[in-house]
Design a protein around this ligand. Structure first.
Ligand SMILES: [Fe+2]
Ligand SMILES: [Fe+2]
Length: 469
């Protein structure tokens, strides 16, 4: 299937054959553009940015590179190719044909899940709204904008589903997706992490590493959904999402690399000395990790959840890579949990949030291992570490049981007095913010981050990825 760029909304869903739907989306489009102009990276509207645009869903077409002004980016609607004769892969409807329409009795469940996913996409664009002004290089500026336009496209993906499958309710929800705003006192975004400010690039890299990875796992489990258009949408979104996590992993890796260079020059790991040289000391990086990892863990919800059980039973939301399991019904299976009250056996269906969270944590470990390899290769005795999933939780069994980063239960007083040393303190933030000075000469990097190993799409690192005009 090719995408018709003569239409206002590029798509591979045959929009031209559904005039009502096309008109509804063409009506929503100018509102989206107004939102982008107001809440997006609007200081850079006239810049020419070297971006990839999806012009097809196959290997050749999904990343077409060229210079684009962001407001002219072709946000489109792309679903992965259908799997012929696809059947539902889990839950009580296992083995039945996947749904091409939303079953009436599952309407509100599907709507809620699509709205919640959809809400995160514009939220992150809003959170990153001013970051471009303090970019450490043109390469990084371009990556920020690539992430931003694709989150915009992911919003389109969810809005398409709302418009196409949920009638008037769906259209109203699509309006609301542009009416809530990250951090807004009256109309915040739905999920906590997406209301946290991202005002420095260390936070941005942590967000793309930890929070975009939550996105990956949500999308992976929705890619298993019995609702075929939702599954196909999420499958294609995952292709784009991989780059966002690449930005996070390599971003943190490059910061660590620069810090190690400074530590070697100094012959010291003293945080104050490292800071005086304009690099970010490893303990500060650890505190930022503690913050974004724990905040992202809450996005998976409670360990024991009847909602999660219902979603699984009904075929709404599966497990990531459902194919890896033998038992797709999970009717009898139990799951062992550690709660503040002790060990608990719960039905596996009720523990689906925990299954997803554990898969996520495993995936988070991979980058941490790589950064630690850099540190030990440089000859320093320091290891970055993911805190315990019990630490600093606001949702679930551990929400009211304060622990230290190792997961040991402590008193509320101890937690209160030590927390400022476990997550970024005000003075950490002031220091990190003081480093955020804009660098826009092609090939130049800010002093706190090493250059990347290679450029984008085989171009050199010193390519002018953003022409600021
Ligand atoms: Fe996204
Ligand atoms: Fe993303």
């Amino acid at each position: 299937m090719t995408i018709d760029y003569t239409t206002k909304i590029p798509n591979n869903v045959n929009l031209a054959n559904d005039r009502t739907l096309q008109r509804a989306l063409e009506h929503w489009q100018p509102r989206f553009l107004d939102w982008w102009r107001e809440m997006g990276p609007n200081a850079f509207s006239s810049a020419d940015v070297y971006l990839r645009t999806a012009t097809g869903v196959d290997a050749q077409g999904w990343a077409t590179y060229g210079e684009v002004k962001m407001p002219d980016y072709r946000w489109g609607i792309f679903l992965a190719e259908p799997v012929p004769e696809r059947t539902i892969g889990f839950g009580d409807n296992f083995g039945q044909p996947a749904w091409q329409q939303v079953p009436g009795e599952l309407r509100s469940q599907f709507r809620r899940i699509i709205v919640t996913q959809g809400d995160t996409e514009p939220a992150s664009v809003e959170q990153q709204h001013l970051l471009g002004l303090t970019c450490p290089s043109l390469y990084d500026l371009r990556n920020l904008f690539q992430v931003n336009v694709e989150e915009g496209r992911h919003l389109w993906a969810m809005v398409y589903l709302l418009h196409a499958y949920f009638g008037r309710d769906g259209r109203e929800e699509a309006e609301e997706l542009l009416a809530r705003h990250s951090g807004d006192a009256d109309k915040p975004r739905i999920l906590g992490t997406f209301n946290e400010p991202i005002s420095d690039w260390l936070s941005f890299f942590m967000f793309t590493y930890f929070t975009d990875r939550d996105g990956k796992f949500q999308l992976k489990s929705l890619a298993e959904s019995g609702l075929d258009p939702l599954a196909r949408t999420c499958r294609f979104m995952l292709t784009e999402e991989a780059h966002h996590m690449f930005v996070g992993e390599t971003g943190i890796g490059r910061i660590v690399k620069r810090t190690l260079e400074v530590m070697k020059e100094l012959g010291s790991d003293d945080p104050e000395s490292v800071r005086r040289q304009g690099a970010i000391d490893l303990p500060t990086i650890q505190r930022y990790m503690n913050f974004w990892f724990t905040s992202s863990l809450d996005l998976f919800g409670s360990e024991v959840s009847s909602n999660a059980a219902t979603s699984f039973a009904n075929g709404v939301k599966g497990r990531p890579d459902e194919g890896q399991y033998q038992d797709h019904l999970c009717k009898e299976a139990v799951y062992e949990l550690e709660t503040p009250q002790g060990r608990e056996s719960v039905s596996l269906r009720n523990a689906m949030n925990e299954v997803l969270r554990n898969a996520y944590i495993k995936d988070c470990e991979i980058g941490v291992k790589r950064w630690n390899m850099q540190i030990s290769r440089a000859g320093f005795d320091f290891q970055l570490k993911l805190p315990s999933p019990r630490f600093r939780r606001a949702i679930g069994a551990w929400a009211n049981s304060p622990t230290d980063p190792q997961g040991k239960v402590i008193s509320l007083e101890e937690f209160g007095s030590k927390l400022p040393g476990w997550i970024p303190s005000e003075s950490d933030r002031v220091f990190v913010t003081s480093l955020m000075q804009r660098v826009v000469e092609p090939g130049k990097m800010a002093g706190w981050i090493a250059p990347p190993d290679r450029g984008i799409n085989n171009l050199p690192v010193d390519y002018e990825y953003v022409k600021l005009n």
